[in-house]
Design a protein around this ligand. Structure first.
Ligand SMILES: CC(C)(COP(=O)(O)OP(=O)(O)OC[C@H]1O[C@@H](n2cnc3c(N)ncnc32)[C@H](O)[C@@H]1OP(=O)(O)O)[C@@H](O)C(=O)NCCC(=O)NCCS
Length: 322
């Protein structure tokens, strides 16, 4: 005998209620880096677009950074900790492989017994986590999801290697996703290029991040815009309707190249990298949270998120700005 499976709590859509962000207090300028490695402010600004970055203190790990950002997102959402039933934390810079960090962040925020897991899609991690959260809500597996990108890249950087130490930084961003009658998160377009797995890599636990900068640059400036355009198409949003384009904050030249190709003529393009550096899976919510806080983008308007990086992996979706 067979019996039908029902999904009683399935929702027609999911949307983002609020964002939150956290940047560690310590600001490291290009001039400060130039005191220890052979580089200079002009080179870094012109090649990468970074003026300064934030570096976490010894007492601030993935959990601590995540708690700050997620706590702010939760407060901004108006929901109580008890409303959250799933926590997804995207990170690629964890200090330990287990346990995962999501459950600890939840515990610290007073969220009791939620589903909780970490997700590693490197700099595309937040978009992967958001797509997963949206799917969980629409499948009836969760009503309210805390999605966090938390990164402490500084602990995987060789501070004598000028090709990487000028780029990577620390921070966390978060969003609260909720069930909704109308969809506020478009279909995620995701993919990977595993043949290029060694283009950005930490070889083992005793190694630091290394990358083939030019190969990554070429890939990001050619392969990612079509993914972003596909996300717009799948969401039924024309590029000129976008109010914001928020690419992963990898490099200002990459961001500008993607934005040019997307041709979002009325959109503000996120440039949080200038002040925050490349915070990998945290960079998209960090950037968008700040844009919302400043009043740069109107509530309800569509924004394009597009993450890309180590894997190589990438993901994009259009969201409605909360
Ligand atoms: C890393 C990156 C900035 C390097 O810029 P580039 O223009 O490719 O520079 P190159 O590696 O060709 O190096 C050019 C010269 O600058 C030098 N250089 C490298 N880093 C430098 C630094 N921080 N300061 C000064 N000079 C530097 C190189 O040694 C080289 O010198 P040479 O010509 O005497 O040999 C660039 O390749 C890039 O942004 N790639 C994408 C990386 C990225 O976004 N990664 C994250 C993805 S999530």
């Amino acid at each position: 005998m067979t019996s039908a499976i029902t999904i009683p709590d399935a929702a027609p859509g999911a949307r983002i209620l609020a964002f939150g962000d956290y940047r560690p207090a310590r600001i490291v300028t290009n001039d400060e880096l130039a005191e220890t490695v052979d580089t200079n402010d002009e080179w870094i600004r012109s090649r990468v677009g970074i003026a300064e970055r934030r570096i976490a203190g010894d007492d601030e790990g993935i959990v601590e950074l995540g708690v700050h950002a997620a706590g702010k997102a939760l407060a901004n959402s108006g929901l109580a900790p008890s409303d959250i039933d799933l926590v997804i934390l995207a990170t690629c810079s964890a200090e330990t492989p287990m346990p995962g960090h999501a459950a600890q962040v939840a515990h610290r925020l007073g969220i009791e017994a939620p589903g909780a897991f970490d997700l590693n899609a490197a700099c595309a991690g937040f978009c992967y986590a958001l797509g997963t959260a949206s799917a969980a809500v629409r499948a009836g597996s969760a009503r309210n999801v805390l999605v966090i990108g938390s990164e402490k890249m500084s602990q995987w950087v060789d501070w004598t290697d000028r090709s990487t130490c000028i780029i990577f930084a620390d921070g966390a961003g978060a969003a609260v996703v909720t069930a909704s009658e109308t969809p506020g998160i478009g279909p995620v377009v995701w993919g990977s290029a595993g043949d290029k797995y060694d283009k950005i890599i930490i070889d083992d636990r005793n190694s630091f991040i290394r990358q083939e900068g030019q190969a990554v640059f070429r890939w990001a400036t050619s392969a990612i815009a079509p993914v972003a355009l596909q996300a717009c198409e799948r969401a039924g949003v024309r590029p000129e309707e976008l109010a914001a384009v928020v690419p992963h904050q990898a490099n200002l030249r990459i961001i500008e190249a993607i934005a040019r190709k997307v041709k979002a003529s009325n959109a503000i393009v996120a440039d949080d990298i200038v002040q925050s550096g490349n915070t990998s899976g945290a960079s998209i919510p960090l950037a968008l949270s700040r844009m919302i806080e400043r009043g740069d983008v109107p509530s309800g308007a569509p924004a394009l998120l597009v993450g890309f990086g180590a894997g190589l992996s990438y993901a994009a979706q259009v969201i409605q700005i909360p």
